[in-house]
Write a protein that binds this ligand. Sequence first.
Ligand code: ADP
Ligand code: ASP
Ligand code: MG
Length: 408
Amino acid sequence: MALIVQKYGGTSVGTVEKIENVAEKVIATRDAGHAVVVVVSAMSGETNRLIGMAKQITAQPEAREYDVLVSTGEQVTIALLSMALNKRGYPARSYTGSQVRILTDSAHTRARILDIDESRMRVDLDAGRVVVVAGFQGRDEQGNITTLGRGGSDTTAVALAAALKADECQIYTDVDGVYTTDPRVVHDARRLNCITFDEMLEMASLGSKVLQIRAVEFAGKYNVRLRVLSSFVEGAGTLITFEDDEMEQPVISGIAFNRDEAKLTILGVPDEPGTAYAILGAIGDANIEIDMIIQNVAADSTTDFTFTVHRNDYDRALMILEQTAKALNAREVSGDKAIVKISLVGVGMRSHAGVASKMFKTLADEGINIRMISTSEIKISVVVEEKYLELGVRALHSAFNLAEAPAA
Ligand code: ADP
Ligand code: ASP
Ligand code: MG
């Protein structure tokens, strides 16, 4: 008998009928002789609806109250799923994150899990019950409700699997695995049978929301066997694997993109020690995360800085940058929200030259101007105008032959 943690995302529990379908899938796993812990998201659209109501009251809701509000979506689905299981004669009990003592830090809206007390779940599992846990939420040391950031139910599932030393953590969603790129954008995107942790981490951090990045980090750290599958069609899905030196790695495994970025530029700042700190330090002090950074080579005694932030932080970052510009006597501040980042990811890039030039040529042939570039060992990212997102991703997908399985 194995212990399986299954997570069902928003679309998979989007209606009462779909929740009944999830119950059937859980039962199939129980009937195969396994113990099951289920993590569910809120019904699709529900978390956005709750955030929308908060925004009607205030543009900047207190983080503590925001968490109390948005954590309610998951409380609905755990109860409904447990009812559906009990009705079918499979005893189940639902728990909020707080009830199974998912302890987090106090960073409301993006809390990190510190500890989980698995003893309460063990009692139920030993009694043959299915344990149904609300995703996305926990509680801090003081007992305040916290949430784990958008997409956080993935992380709840992996953290529970780690705490319970589960045999596998299965993430059920509306696609049947991890693809070479978002199948909604590229129709001949190909499902991967497996992808390495390093690649999945890059894909997630570069915008592929099929798995929350913290879930992948957690799985890598605690050695959790992690698989992405469909709630609606049968199949083996995609297994996230540790890198195998014996295996020939494809040069490029996938293409990720992020529509959530915005770009800011400050022109004509003094080219002297302390300038980068004055500009970026002020942004960091406001708790705004910076992604890419470019400093131009100084032409006279001045230079320019460009950096990207999350689009939600754009207005705040612009305000801070305007203050810095005054203090530094800078020439000008400008910004652009209509940009996207497209990234090629692959561990095989480490040993292959020429990936960057092929990427740049492909974009040039489509008439797409590259605004920023950044690279690491296993990825190359470019920032381009938003209107070129689909064209750019499709062109790269075909230039790197990602639709075809690499020869075995
Ligand atoms: P859930 O509600 O189940 O958590 P999400 O919407 O968070 O589902 O994640 C699934 C979605 O991720 C898919 O519908 C797909 O559009 C998107 N996605 C982005 N990149 C990829 C990729 N490389 N492979 C598969 N899906 C991807
Ligand atoms: N319901 C939360 C969200 O929409 C968490 C999740 O679905 O993973 O972000
Ligand atoms: Mg998700």
